[in-house]
Design a protein around this ligand. Structure first.
Ligand code: AMP
Length: 418
């Protein structure tokens, strides 16, 4: 089915042609007509499914069709969990709105940067606001904007919003929105807390479940390389230098590891930078920008980068440290193989993380053959002293944190759904 049969205006179709989107993805085909009709939608979809355009296109169309008012009013509010996703969604909307007869103003607001420029920008109003919850409430408290006019609310990555502890903020924001509104709810997983939130917000929603095979369109080759934990950096350096990868996103467990590994790669003349939550927003933007522009070959990141970041043509993701949960594994490897491209996801598995990786395989219902690289064959065994149980892979503390428990609950919810 072509985009032209979904009821979109010629100006939007023109932008789609320019972006090179030839046909709608599964979620776009299902969601766009329903949203245009004013229906609530609940979509089970990951990043990579095309969900941003699935909600952005009909929102823009509704905006273009609405009579002009003397002052801009916020008509659409899009809540996202992270700054990076906010910036990405904002950019996507602006590029889709490019040929609309009336200029659409999209304000993107997130924390971690000065609030003043955002307040200044909002003085002349905005048609759409893409926001992380905390900063949105700060701006509302400063009287910089009102969301009482927002006829459409989008929750993007709702599970992640709750995971990150935004539940309370969400409750406050819902109370400030008009009671009569359209709600679009997107989430990768549907654990009980998300189901409950969806049930409380949505009115007779259209439920869209993009089948897993179509959803991520992943042409991702998953590999697992056995290596001693102490030789992982050397192996990484060897692979980066010998495999001819143009760009690699490497996931580690801690900010400290991100710094150390990036530093060691740089010493081997590999253009590498760390990416984690303690860097300033300016630095994070710079790293992402340089990675996108292919100035950087390697980014060594914590899970801050696991969700939502969209880097076209990223051929390789490496799990230097294994993710804590199967859900995180999916998000990490989903950074490659996007929009129909192929990708490789490599996990380093050492004696003490083998059991943890097997658990991830079990949850994912997959079996990844173990490989060894000549010169890096492991010599350590998996036996823990005094029969102690295998650790969780040396990934942060051993005791599950509150976040771990939430993640595990999310993973269980996902399994039940399957
Ligand atoms: P999203 O799931 O919204 O993060 O989108 C994932 C990627 O797919 C982005 O790079 C989009 O630009 C791209 N994309 C979205 N819709 C389409 C489409 N219909 N055809 C081709 N690429 C698309």
């Amino acid at each position: 089915m072509p985009f032209s049969s979904l009821g979109l205006s010629p100006a939007l179709l023109r932008a789609l042609v320019e972006k090179g989107y030839l046909a709608p993805t599964a979620i776009q085909t299902a969601a766009i007509p329903a949203i245009l009709q004013g229906r609530d939608v609940v979509g089970s979809a990951q990043t990579g499914s095309g969900k941003t355009a699935a909600f952005a296109l009909p929102l823009l169309q509704q905006l273009a069709d609405a009579p002009a008012t003397a002052q801009r009013r916020v008509r659409g509010l899009i809540l996202v969990p992270t700054r990076e996703l906010a910036a990405q969604v904002g950019e996507a909307i602006v590029s889709l709105a490019k040929y609309l007869p009336r200029r659409v103003k999209v304000a993107v607001v997130f924390g971690g940067v000065s609030i003043n420029p955002q307040m200044m920008n909002l003085r002349s109003g905005a048609d759409m606001v893409v926001a992380t919850p905390g900063r949105l409430l700060d701006l509302i408290d400063h009287n910089a904007l009102t969301i009482a006019t927002a006829g459409t609310l989008v929750l993007d990555e709702a599970d992640r919003l709750l995971d990150l502890g935004f539940g309370e903020e969400l409750g406050r924001i819902l109370g400030l929105l008009p009671a009569q509104r359209q709600n679009l709810f997107f989430s990768a997983t549907f654990p009980p807390a998300i189901e409950a939130l969806a049930a409380s917000m949505l009115h007779k929603p259209l439920r869209i479940e993009v089948p897993a095979a179509v959803q991520a369109e992943p042409d991702i080759v998953q590999r697992a390389i056995e290596v001693d934990a102490s030789r992982r950096t050397q192996l990484l350096r060897h692979l980066v230098q010998s495999e001819g990868w143009s760009r690699v996103l490497v996931f580690v467990a801690t900010k400290h590891a991100a710094e150390i590994v990036a530093d060691k790669l740089r010493k081997a003349d590999i253009e590498a930078e760390p990416f984690h939550g303690e860097l300033s927003q300016g630095k994070r933007n710079q790293v992402l920008q340089d990675f996108k522009l292919k100035i950087l070959q390697v980014v060594v990141a914590t899970d801050v980068a696991a969700r939502g970041i969209d880097i076209a043509q990223l051929p390789v993701v490496v799990n230097y440290d294994l993710p804590r949960s199967a859900v995180d594994y999916t998000h990490r490897i989903g950074r490659t193989g996007r929009a129909g491209e192929s990708g490789v996801a490599i996990s380093f598995v050492s004696a003490d993380t083998e059991a943890h990786f097997r658990l991830i395989e079990k949850r994912q219902r997959l079996s990844v053959p173990r490989e060894q690289v000549a010169g890096f064959e492991p010599v350590q065994t998996g036996e823990s002293p005094e029969g102690a149980p295998a650790s969780n892979g040396g990934i942060k503390g051993k005791r599950p944190s509150k976040k771990d428990k939430l993640r595990e609950a999310a993973a269980r919810g996902q399994q039940q759904k399957e």
